[in-house]
Design a protein around this ligand. Structure first.
Ligand SMILES: Cc1cc2nc3c(=O)[nH]c(=O)nc-3n(C[C@H](O)[C@H](O)[C@H](O)COP(=O)(O)OP(=O)(O)OC[C@H]3O[C@@H](n4cnc5c(N)ncnc54)[C@H](O)[C@@H]3O)c2cc1C
Length: 460
C-alpha cells in the first residue's frame, strides 16, 4: 500500500475544512484536502462511509446494497483507487447486454443481434443501427441542453422506435416526464457506456474500498465523524459552524464543503444565515427500489438487461455474477432488479418484505424456460434509496447550483451538479476534485489579499 504523502502547509496557509457527507464525493474531497495539508473533518450521518455505495452483512459476507461497476473511462475514480494503493485489486471483464421484451429474451451486443431484434421491424432495426452509430456526431453543435430528449430522439430515430424502445427505457429511469429532459443527458451518456463493454470491479467489494479509504483518511489526520447528522450550517464572521442533530455538537471551520443531496441541504440551510445566499433549484429526484436475489442458478449471460412489457414492476436486471465471481456471494449467483421511482410513491413506501415476496414470483415468471422455483432462490433483500439522481429540467446547465456563490464559505459538491455527466462514482470524484480546486484558489486569493493588506500597513 502506498504511504500517505501529506504536503505540510505553513500554519498560516492551512485551513480547517468541514466536509459533509461520507459518500464517494465526501471521501474524495477529504482526501484531496488532507493530502494538501489542510485540517479536515468528514461528517457522515450514518454509521459508515459509502453513501449510495454502501453494503450489508449477509451471513458473514459483506455485500453491496446497490449494484456498482466501473468503466475504463472512470479516470478520476481510478486515480483515487491508485492513490489508495489498491489498483491491483481492480479487474476488468467483457460483459454483455440483453433485452427482455414481452417475455422474450434478446441479446443486444452488436449488428447481428440487432438484426434479430424482432420487437422492431426490419427497417427499424437498420435505422436504429445507423442512427446509433451516428448519434454522437448528430448531436455535435446542437443546443441539446435546451432540446427535449423526446423531440431529438423521435426526430432522428423516428416516432415508432422512440415509442417501442427508447421511451420505455427513459421512463424506467426517470419516470413519466423523462421525454422532457434535456437531450444533452443521453448524448453525454453514450460517451461512457457501450452495450458490449469492459466493466470493472474491485476484488473484495465496496467494503474493502471504503475501509481502505477510511484508514487512509485517518492516517492523513482527517477526523472522521460518523452517526452525526448535520442539522444546520451557519456562516459566522470568517468561519462556518456546523451543528449536528442528536448532540447539538458544534464543529467550527474556515470553510465547508457539502456533498449531500439538494433537498436535504435545503432543509439544513433553512432558517440559517446561508438560506438566502445559496441558490438551490427545486429539482425532482428519482429514488430507487432495488431487490437483490441470491440464486442457486444463473439467469442468463447478460450483465444487464432492461425489462419491458413483461408484467414485472421492476424495469431491469443486473446479473452481477456475470462480472463478479460467485465466491463473493457465498457461492450464489447474484442478480439485482430495480425500479427507479419517486420516494413518495406507493412502492417506495411499501414494506420491504412484501416487495421481496411479490418480486420473487415476478422473477420466476419472467424466465418460464428456466423453470425457476422458489427453491432456486436462497434469499431476496430489498433496499431503497430516496435520492439517486435528479430528473433534470431543460436548460439545466444554467440552472444547476454553482459550486460557490455570493462569496460565501460553503462550497457544493453534489451529484446534482455533475450534469451532463451521468451520476456515478467517477462523476462524484471529478466533481469533488473540481470543488477542492476552486476552494484552493479562493483560499490562495484570500491569503494574497491578507498579505497585501499587511504589507500596505507596514509601508504606511
Ligand atoms: C441502484 C444504483 C446503482 C448504481 N450503479 C452505479 C454503478 O454501477 N457505477 C457507478 O459508478 N455508480 C453507480 N451508482 C451511482 C453512485 O452510487 C452515486 O453516483 C454515488 O454514490 C454518489 O456519491 P455522492 O458521494 O455524490 O453522494 P451519496 O452517495 O448520496 O453520499 C451522500 C452522503 O451524505 C450523507 N448525508 C446525507 N445527509 C447528511 C447530513 N445531514 N449530515 C451528514 N451526512 C449526510 C449520506 O448518508 C451519504 O453518505 C448507482 C447508484 C444506485 C442507487
Amino acid at each position: 500500500m502506498k504511504k500517505p504523502c501529506s504536503k505540510t502547509l505553513a500554519a498560516a496557509e492551512s485551513a480547517k475544512i468541514t466536509v459533509i457527507g461520507g459518500g464517494i464525493a465526501g471521501i474524495t474531497a477529504a482526501h484531496e484536502l488532507a493530502v494538501a495539508g489542510h485540517e479536515v473533518s468528514l461528517v457522515e450521518s450514518s454509521e459508515r462511509l459509502g453513501g449510495l455505495g454502501t453494503y450489508f452483512d449477509w451471513n458473514g459476507h459483506w455485500i453491496d446494497k446497490f449494484y456498482h461497476c466501473q468503466m475504463p473511462s472512470d479516470d478520476d475514480l481510478l486515480q483515487l483507487i491508485d492513490d489508495l494503493g489498491i489498483s491491483d485489486r481492480m479487474y476488468w471483464k467483457q460483459t454483455r447486454m440483453g433485452f427482455l421484451v414481452g417475455n422474450k429474451r434478446f441479446a443486444f451486443n452488436g449488428a447481428l443481434d440487432l438484426l434479430k431484434f424482432s420487437p422492431l421491424t426490419f427497417l427499424e432495426r437498420i435505422r436504429f443501427g445507423v442512427v446509433s452509430l451516428l448519434l454522437r456526431q448528430l448531436g455535435k453543435g446542437k443546443d441539446l441542453d435546451h432540446m427535449r430528449i423526446e423531440d431529438w430522439l423521435s426526430g432522428i430515430y423516428g416516432k415508432s422506435i422512440w415509442e417501442k424502445l427508447l421511451k420505455p427505457l427513459f421512463v424506467s429511469k426517470f419516470g413519466p416526464a423523462a421525454g422532457d429532459m434535456p437531450a444533452l443527458y443521453i448524448w453525454e451518456r453514450l460517451g461512457r457506456e457501450k452495450n458490449t463493454a469492459s466493466r470493472g470491479y474491485l476484488k473484495s467489494g465496496l467494503k474493502f474500498f471504503l475501509d481502505t479509504a477510511e484508514a487512509r483518511l485517518k492516517d492523513l489526520g482527517v477526523e472522521v465523524i460518523k452517526e452525526a447528522k448535520v442539522s444546520s450550517i451557519d456562516e459566522v464572521g470568517d468561519g462556518v459552524i456546523i451543528t449536528t442533530l442528536h448532540d447539538q455538537r458544534k464543529i467550527v471551520g474556515d470553510w465547508c464543503i457539502s456533498t449531500i443531496p439538494l433537498p436535504l441541504l435545503q432543509h439544513v440551510l433553512d432558517g440559517t444565515s446561508l438560506e438566502e445566499k445559496v441558490r438551490i433549484p427545486d429539482v425532482p429526484y428519482q429514488g430507487v427500489v432495488n431487490a437483490m436475489f441470491f440464486l442457486k442458478r444463473p439467469l442468463d449471460n447478460y450483465y444487464w438487461a432492461p425489462v419491458m412489457g413483461c408484467g414485472t414492476e421492476f424495469d431491469g436486471i443486473v446479473e452481477m455474477t456475470e462480472l463478479i465471481e460467485t465466491g463473493h456471494y457465498a457461492g450464489h449467483h447474484c442478480a439485482y432488479v430495480m425500479k427507479y421511482c419517486d420516494r413518495n410513491c406507493d412502492l417506495f413506501q411499501e414494506d420491504e418484505k412484501s416487495i421481496a415476496l411479490r418480486w420473487k414470483q415476478q422473477l420466476i415468471d419472467l424466465y418460464p424456460d428456466l423453470q425457476l422455483t422458489t427453491a432456486d432462490i436462497e434469499d431476496v433483500q430489498v433496499f431503497k434509496a430516496p435520492f439517486v439522481e435528479p430528473a433534470y429540467p431543460l436548460g439545466y446547465s444554467e440552472k444547476k447550483p454553482a459550486i460557490n456563490e455570493n462569496g460565501n464559505r460553503l462550497f457544493l459538491a453534489t451529484s446534482a451538479q455533475v450534469y451532463p455527466r451521468i451520476t456515478a462514482w467517477n462523476s462524484s470524484c471529478w466533481m469533488a476534485k473540481n470543488v477542492v480546486r476552486e476552494l484552493t484558489e479562493r483560499m490562495a486569493a484570500e491569503a494574497g489579499n491578507r498579505s497585501g493588506a499587511r504589507s500596505v500597513v507596514s509601508i504606511s
